[in-house]
Write a protein that binds this ligand. Structure first.
Ligand code: URA
Length: 431
């Protein structure tokens, strides 16, 4: 048996007492944890020490690098075209990946969107796309490369080979109250993105009630940390700080979010979804060497729609098939005439989850037709009795718990009480 060069307790103590962990010790603890030598309680204690004490820029870089080194590293260098990827820190009604990948691919850029499934109140891109009959999330590396080369856009399941240390650490953080540490979030997200091999990356870092980071200052710090990590690793990285206080678009769920994405690809769709899709596409294309690309025209003239249809078909989906429809609906109406003053993203996300659109445990299925359709958004005027939103479920017994989550989540008031929010894209962060 080989002798281990460090003792986990020494490494934990060093961080617990506020010191910087030396590079070789940090690389070791990640590797030894992945091998199973460092135990879950030890790594949980280390994660808590990081949560409480933070990490230097250098430590975060080494931690990220150690997590990348725990698994495979892909390269798209042989594709013969630039690659650009987008990562969102997750929000309610965030379906942007769906129209964005085919839109950016219209300009000759490969878009590898290696995505996940939803857990808790934020939806998963793969869950949404699996509403489309026949669509397949799992691709072999060969299939993925061929699709990137021949078509451009791929949205598929991230393989288990990328940053396995992160997978193990994330599961532990999830049950030890250590998810919200900026060094741990940044290294977790960026280890997977850097290992994936994209040459350009745009981060949609959300702040507000439906986001991981409620506070814009913390979101900015996370964004800066990730932009630095990407840049230091040779990935051209930009971040947008975007508002997630209100659900994005008019749909929260799976099948209904696909429907809304198709509206955007057809040149329509809600203004906020279009605004964010266009803003992110511009950033991705600028990093891929096309700062002047006319993104809107590709939405208007059907090119983005064609790219979507081809992408869905390539993964055995039928873009013309009917999407699942909920068996039960419950319409909520305005109690008085006035203006919708607020709709809080988090409770709407929780309500959609309770209706069956999301899962509580990784192994649970989702109900593709479940979710919420909004009929109005903050700033819209309504008359008493007008539908405000519709709950969608396969089982009407789910409505009560969803309505409970929504009790204090929205409001109709006098026109003067509506405060016009700032723009959706609040800041842009570059290296
Ligand atoms: N998403 C990730 O991949 N990792 C985190 O730590 C948080 C969000």
């Amino acid at each position: 048996m080989s002798v281990e060069p460090f003792d986990a307790v020494d490494v934990i103590r060093a961080k617990r007492d506020g010191g910087a962990v030396p590079e070789d010790a940090l690389r070791w603890i990640v590797d030894a944890f992945t091998r199973g030598y460092v135990t879950d309680p030890q790594m949980a204690a280390f994660a808590m020490a990081v949560f409480l004490r933070g990490m230097t820029r250098d430590e975060i870089r080494v931690l990220t690098d150690a997590m990348i080194a725990s698994g495979e590293r892909m390269s798209f260098a042989d594709l013969g075209k630039p690659t650009a990827d987008k990562h969102s820190t997750g929000g309610v009604g965030d379906k942007i990946t769906l129209p964005l990948a085919p839109l950016v691919a219209c300009f000759g850029v490969a878009v590898p969107q290696l995505s996940g499934r939803g857990l808790g109140h934020t939806g998963g891109t793969l869950d949404k796309l699996e509403s489309i009959p026949g669509w397949r999330a799992s691709l072999t590396n060969e299939e993925m490369f061929a699709q990137l080369r021949d078509l451009g856009p791929v949205i598929c399941a991230a393989g288990t080979g990328l940053a396995p240390a992160d997978k193990k650490l994330y599961a532990l953080r999830d049950v030890t109250g250590t998810v919200e540490a900026i060094p741990l979030i940044a290294s977790s997200i960026m280890s997977k993105k850097i290992a994936e091999g994209t040459s350009a990356l745009v981060l949609d870092v959300k702040f507000g009630s439906g986001a991981f980071m409620q506070d814009i200052d913390r979101a900015r710090e996370l964004a800066r940390t990730m932009v630095e990590l990407g840049t230091d690793s040779g990935v051209a990285t930009t971040a947008l700080l975007t508002d997630m206080n209100t659900p994005l678009g008019l749909t929260i769920g799976n099948a209904n979010e696909v429907r809304e994405s198709v509206e955007v690809l057809a040149g329509g769709g809600p203004a906020d979804v279009v605004e964010l899709t266009v803003a992110l596409a511009r950033e991705m294309l600028a990093l891929a060497g096309q700062p002047d690309a006319d993104v809107e025209s590709a939405l208007r003239d059907g090119r983005a729609m064609d790219a979507w249809r081809t992408m869905i078909r390539a993964q055995d989906g039928d873009p013309d098939a009917a999407l699942p429809v909920a068996r039960e609906t419950h319409v909520v109406t305005a109690p008085a005439s006035g203006v919708v003053t607020r709709m809080e993203a988090l409770p709407f996300g929780i309500a959609a989850w309770r209706l069956g659109a999301g899962r509580a445990r990784a192994q649970d299925p989702v109900v593709h037709a479940a979710g919420i359709d909004l009929h109005v958004k903050p700033g819209d005027t309504v008359v008493a009795g007008q539908p405000v939103f519709t709950l969608l479920a396969d089982d009407g017994a789910r409505f009560d718990r969803a309505l409970e989550a929504l009790e204090d989540a929205w409001e109709v008031g006098p026109e003067a009480s509506f405060v016009v929010p700032g723009s959706l894209v609040r800041e842009r962060i570059t290296a």
